[in-house]
Design a protein. Structure first.
Length: 455
């Protein structure tokens, strides 16, 4: 996706399927395979998943619909979009500015996880991680993240790679390839699920995933589940507004959104089913944290014929998915800097990558040189994750709800979401309007205040 100048005609998606695939591409990313399983494991399993599901339905879904609708109406980057939609007066464009900050924070740690995935392609090829022994796979991961030079070099490789794609103007080509390859990752996940379900302690893994133990829930866990719902659907920070600006006028926004959400949840479930039976069978630690998928997935591949080859394929496909999500994240600052400050897209990309190289390196060094460096008791990696998912995205979500519900208003929302009355979804939009006006912002606020122990 690219746009040449603020006033020039913007490129858009050319087909309905293209819209769905690109939006899903941003949502899926690494989150399904990496973040949802590790957070579920760290927060007690099914109870956390249930809250995440509720947060997705009651909070993330309405925000996503509003955000995409606003983007399509304004056809601009998030800051300009809000200036176009809002009457003069209150600085609603701050939603876009917060979004840009959130994008940088997320990319700072996300690029490091993408770096691990790229590094794992090499490890998968040399076969050193193909083992079901937690000591072996754990040591391989530990060796990677505790080496400052390796961590930094892999992250810079990722930044140069992503920058190269944008600067060479081949992002569209990459999106096309991603679309073709993602079904393959899906099939591979199904294979992993089948293998994992045949393991000795599969039932224990499934119980952990699907039988809630509510004693593990606390206000801060609920906040994390809500933050995950925002992060997963790439909302609250302008990414979906930017995507919405490329949506075609006849695209059915509510239907597309529901499909993206359903597919995203389904893929997360598959990843959970692939991982947790193996965790219990081979004695991994469910609460291992961000390392979980990297240390357990090799154990599943070690159980199957051609596991070596399939594991290489798995990490290559995961790297492709991660690249798509990184591109969509980078699009937020690039579009803003390009359109707001009149710089070329090339310059906007270079400036964004430079900022990212600096901020991101603090996350790359979190497990080595900067291991002891903490703010508010958190390493930079955890802090950036916390600030974006648990503060900035929910805050962006509240502002989007308030803007759509109280400033933009029912009539304009209805016009936008019913494609000027050509879709017969008035009742549905009516319910959505009530959610956006009252329920969703109130829920976000209460979860944030309680989760941060502010009242
Ligand atoms: N939704 C992506 C994932 O789950 O990996 C992460 C992400 C991408 C968040 C793009 C925000 C964003 F703008």
């Amino acid at each position: 996706m690219s746009d040449s100048a603020p006033t020039a005609k913007r490129d858009g998606f050319t087909s309905s399927f293209g819209v769905l695939a690109a939006t899903l591409g941003s949502a899926v990313g690494l989150g399904n395979i990496w973040k949802v399983p590790y957070m579920t494991g760290a927060n007690g399993g099914a109870g956390f998943l249930l809250v995440y599901l509720l947060a997705t339905l009651l909070i993330a879904l309405p925000v996503m619909m509003a955000e995409i609708a606003m983007g399509r109406e304004a056809k601009a980057n998030p800051i300009t979009a809000l200036q176009r939609l809002a009457p003069r007066g209150l600085p609603w464009w701050l939603i876009g500015a917060f979004g840009m900050l959130a994008a940088f924070l997320i990319m700072s740690f996300y690029s490091e996880v993408v770096a691990w995935v790229f590094a794992y392609i090499v490890k998968a090829i040399d076969g050193s991680i193909l083992s079901s022994d937690p000591a072996v796979t754990g040591a391989a991961f530990g060796q990677l993240i505790s080496d400052p030079l390796q961590s930094l070099l892999w992250q810079w490789f990722v930044l140069v790679f992503i920058g190269g794609i944008l600067l060479l103007g081949v992002a569209k080509g990459i999106e096309a390839v991603t679309k073709k390859l993602m079904p393959l990752l899906f099939v591979l996940l199904l294979v992993l699920c089948a293998v994992s379900l045949s393991l000795d302690k599969a039932a224990e893994g499934l119980r952990f995933l699907f039988q809630p133990d509510f004693s593990k829930l606390s206000a801060s866990v609920v906040l994390m589940a809500m933050g995950l719902a925002f992060f997963k659907l790439s909302i609250g920070m302008g990414t979906m507004m930017t995507y919405g600006s490329y949506f075609r006028d006849e695209q059915n926004i509510p239907a597309t959104t529901v499909r993206v959400m359903t597919a995203d949840l389904f893929i997360s479930m598959l990843a959970g089913i692939a991982i947790f039976p193996a965790v219990f069978t081979f004695g991994f630690e469910p609460a291992a944290g961000p390392s979980l998928v990297f240390i357990t997935i090799p154990a599943v591949f070690a159980q199957i014929p051609m596991g070596h080859l399939l594991m290489v394929l798995f990490f290559v496909l995961t790297a492709v998915a991660a690249t798509g999500a990184m591109l969509s994240l980078l699009e937020v600052p690039v579009a803003i800097i390009h359109e707001r400050f009149g710089l070329t897209r090339r310059k906007a990309t270079l400036i964004s990558l430079l900022i990212l190289a600096l901020a991101g390196s603090t996350c790359a060094l979190t497990n080595s040189t900067l291991a002891e460096f903490k703010l508010f008791g958190m390493t930079m990696f955890d802090l950036f994750d916390f600030l974006s998912s648990n503060l900035l995205l929910p805050l962006g979500g509240i502002l989007i709800c308030l803007f759509a519900g109280w400033v933009w208003g029912e009539e304009r929302l209805l016009q936008a979401l019913s494609n000027r009355g050509t879709l017969a979804n008035q009742r549905l939009v009516g319910i959505l309007f009530l959610l956006l006006r009252f329920v969703t912002p109130a829920l976000i606020l209460v979860v944030m205040l309680k989760g941060l122990a502010l009242f």
